[in-house]
Design a protein around this ligand. Structure first.
Ligand SMILES: [Zn+2]
Length: 339
C-alpha cells in the first residue's frame, strides 16, 4: 500500500503592509508559495480580504490542506487567535482565528509573527529544548522555547522581547510610548539612525558617500559597508550589538536557555553584528564563570520563516489536539476535525 501523503498546511505571514503565504508539509518542504501581496495597512477589511484570497488561491492548487496557520505582527491571544492590537496595522480586537475557521472550515491557529518564525527555526533550523529567538529588522521581536514548547505567558501576549527595558534613562522613545525599550536601540531604524549620525560627523566618510548623503543612510547602507570591511560601519553595528547583548543577557539570566538565535534582516549581516553581541552578552550575563554559556547563532530560516512557522504550528497544534481528543473520547481522530 502506498504511504499516505504528509499532511500539509497553508501558512500566512501578515506584516504591516504585506502578506506572504504558501503551503508546507509536516517536514517543512515547500509545496507552494505565492508572491507577497501588498495591502493597505490601515484597512482591516482589505487585509482580511487579501488573506482570504490567498487562501482560496492556495486551496485551488492543493486540495489536501489539513490546517491553516497565520502569524500576525501584533498582540495575539492564544489559543483564541484574537488580535488585541497591532502597532502597524488596523487590527483591533479582531477574532481572526474564528473568522478564518468559519470561512474555510479548516482548523486554524493565529499567533504572533515572531512566535511563528521562532517555531520555524526550532523545527527546521537551529534547535534546542530551551532557546530564545530574536528578530532584528524593522522592529525587534522574538519567541521563547521552554521545554520544547513555545512560551506565550498567561494569555498569549508574552515574550515581547523588543519592549524589554534596557535604557530607562535614555532618550529614545519606543513606538509603544516608553523610553528605554530594546527596540528603538537595536532595530533596523536604530542602525540607520546611528549610521546617519556618523555620516553627519564625517560627511566625506564612507557611509555618507555610499548613501549619497547623511540623511540617506539606511540600516542596509550600514550592513553593506560593514560587510565590505568599513570600520565606521562596524562601529555602528557594535553599538547595536551592545544593546542586543544586554537584552540577551537578561533573557539568559531569567530563562537559562542553551541557545540564542538571531534572525531578521539586520541579523543576516552575520559576524560584524554577532561578534559585538557575544562580547556584550558575556559582559552582562550574571555568574558567567559558573554557567554554561549559550551559543548565539544566526538564523538558518530566512525571510519566509513567518509563514512557514505558522503553517508548521497549525499542523503541530492540530495533531496535538486531535490526539488529545482521540485519547479523551476513545475514538479515531478524523481528518480536518474542528478544534
Ligand atoms: Zn516599547
Amino acid at each position: 500500500m502506498a504511504p499516505l501523503p504528509a499532511p500539509r498546511a497553508i501558512g500566512l505571514d501578515v506584516g504591516a503592509t504585506k502578506i506572504a503565504a504558501g503551503i508546507v508539509d509536516n517536514d517543512g518542504n515547500i509545496a507552494e508559495r505565492l508572491p507577497a501581496v501588498h495591502c493597505p495597512a490601515g484597512n482591516q477589511e482589505a487585509m482580511l480580504k487579501t488573506a482570504f484570497g490567498l487562501i482560496e488561491t492556495l486551496r485551488s492548487r492543493q486540495c489536501d490542506i489539513a490546517a491553516i496557520g497565520m502569524g500576525v505582527a501584533g498582540l495575539v491571544d492564544w489559543p483564541e487567535g484574537r488580535v488585541r492590537t497591532a502597532p502597524n496595522s488596523a487590527f483591533r480586537d479582531t477574532p481572526i482565528r474564528r473568522l478564518l475557521q468559519d470561512a474555510t472550515g479548516l482548523p486554524t491557529v493565529v499567533d504572533n509573527d515572531a512566535n511563528a518564525a521562532c517555531w520555524a527555526e526550532y523545527r527546521l533550523g537551529h534547535s534546542a529544548s530551551y532557546m530564545a529567538f530574536i528578530t532584528v529588522g524593522t522592529g525587534v521581536g522574538g519567541g521563547l522555547i521552554l521545554g520544547d514548547q513555545l512560551f506565550r505567558g498567561r494569555t498569549g501576549i508574552g515574550t515581547e522581547i523588543g519592549h524589554m527595558i534596557v535604557d530607562p534613562h535614555g532618550t529614545e522613545v519606543c513606538g509603544c510610548g516608553t523610553v528605554g525599550c530594546l527596540e528603538p536601540l537595536a532595530s533596523g531604524p536604530a542602525l540607520a539612525r546611528y549610521g546617519s549620525t556618523a555620516a553627519s560627523d564625517r560627511p566625506r566618510g564612507s557611509l555618507a558617500t555610499l548613501a549619497g548623503g547623511p540623511s540617506q543612510v539606511t540600516g542596509e547602507t550600514v550592513t553593506t559597508a560593514a560587510l565590505a570591511g568599513d570600520l565606521d560601519a562596524r562601529v555602528q553595528l557594535a553599538r547595536l550589538g551592545h544593546w542586543l547583548g544586554i537584552g540577551i543577557a537578561t533573557l539568559v539570566n531569567l530563562f537559562d536557555v542553551e541557545l540564542v538565535v538571531l534572525g531578521g534582516g539586520v541579523a543576516s549581516v552575520g559576524d560584524p553584528l554577532l561578534d559585538p553581541v557575544r562580547a556584550s552578552f558575556e559582559q552582562f550575563v550574571t555568574a558567567r564563570a559558573h554557567r554554561e554559556l549559550p551559543t548565539i547563532e544566526p538564523a538558518r530560516c530566512g525571510p519566509e520563516a513567518g509563514w512557514i512557522g505558522a503553517a508548521l504550528l497549525a499542523l503541530d497544534t492540530h495533531r496535538t489536539r486531535t490526539t488529545d481528543a482521540h485519547q479523551t473520547a476513545g475514538t479515531r481522530p478524523h481528518q480536518g476535525g474542528q478544534t
